[in-house]
Design a protein around this ligand. Structure first.
Ligand code: HEM
Length: 239
């Protein structure tokens, strides 16, 4: 399953459970299962649950295949990532690193942590979803913040994020030209090398605006807490 952003699912069958699996879940969930003694054991249920892909989970595979051709890479801070020619963005979990791939990173989209009601309403009114056909350019920027950041309370982080660094205010200026999707990595079952994977797409004409925005964000107090950041720029096949 491939969409306009060149994103596809490796486990489309898991997104659409087979009639047998649906029946199994129906039986599991119905009171009838208990009454008829058909209730599965905990382990059977756990096993079945694990085959259902999480549609909020994305895997980013760096290698020599995928819809996105990597045209520039920069290690902003911290340990580099091995250089790759292409990026594949897959919906769901990828257990094995594909042949000729050098790395894979995973993260999930989630609820917001910092936005106020008024910011959320403004964002909703202005932002667009990643994957517009004309958005042939993209940036993938994995980021890890340091232990000082994570030792702060939610209120303290919010104060740095917005009141002092104006992350949302700065970003909002570039909507709807830039589309973004934030993936959280800290609570994945497998430990991840980054806390966030940020993904953006835009037209060729908006590439310079994107550079201006990233440069401005990197001067803020929030970025003093960034201890690892890699910046990959891509173009969609043939663009
Ligand atoms: C299109 C412009 C942008 C907008 C509108 C924007 C907006 C936002 C918003 C609203 C959040 C908070 C979500 C929440 O409440 O949990 C957020 C978080 C974040 N953004 Fe941006 N952003 C933009 C650009 C960028 C860029 C260019 C980067 C990376 C270079 C970036 C990196 C992040 C990171 C790492 C977080 C998570 C922060 C944390 O939870 O500690 N953003 N962004």
């Amino acid at each position: 399953m491939r969409d306009l952003a060149g994103i596809h699912s490796m486990k489309s069958d898991s997104l659409h459970p087979s009639p047998n699996r649906r029946r199994f879940f129906g039986q599991m969930c119905g009171l009838g299962a208990v009454a008829s003694g058909m209730m599965p054991t905990f382990l059977e249920a756990k096993d079945a649950m694990q085959t259902i892909a999480n549609p909020r989970l994305f895997t980013f595979i760096g290698g020599d295949s995928g819809a996105w051709q990597v045209i520039a890479r920069k290690t902003v801070i911290g340990e580099p990532l091995p250089t790759v020619k292409r990026l594949d963005i897959v919906i769901g979990e990828v257990k094995e690193l594909p042949e000729n791939a050098l790395w894979k990173l995973s993260g999930v989209t989630s609820n917001e942590r910092y936005v106020t009601r008024s910011e959320k309403d403004q964002l909703t009114a202005k932002q667009v979803t990643i994957g517009r056909p004309e958005a042939t350019h993209a940036a993938m920027i994995p980021i890890r913040k340091n232990s000082k950041w994570w030792a702060l309370t939610q209120d303290e982080r919010r104060a740095i994020f917005e009141e002092s660094s104006h992350h949302i205010k700065i970003g909002m200026k570039y909507l709807p030209a830039i589309a973004r999707r934030l993936h959280h990595c800290r609570d994945m079952a497998e430990p991840q090398p980054f806390d966030f994977i940020t993904l953006f797409d835009y037209t060729k004409a908006d590439s310079t605006a994107f550079e201006d925005m990233v440069a401005e964000l990197r001067t803020t107090e929030e970025w003093k807490y960034v201890e690892r950041e890699i910046d990959l720029r891509m173009v969609r096949d043939g663009k």
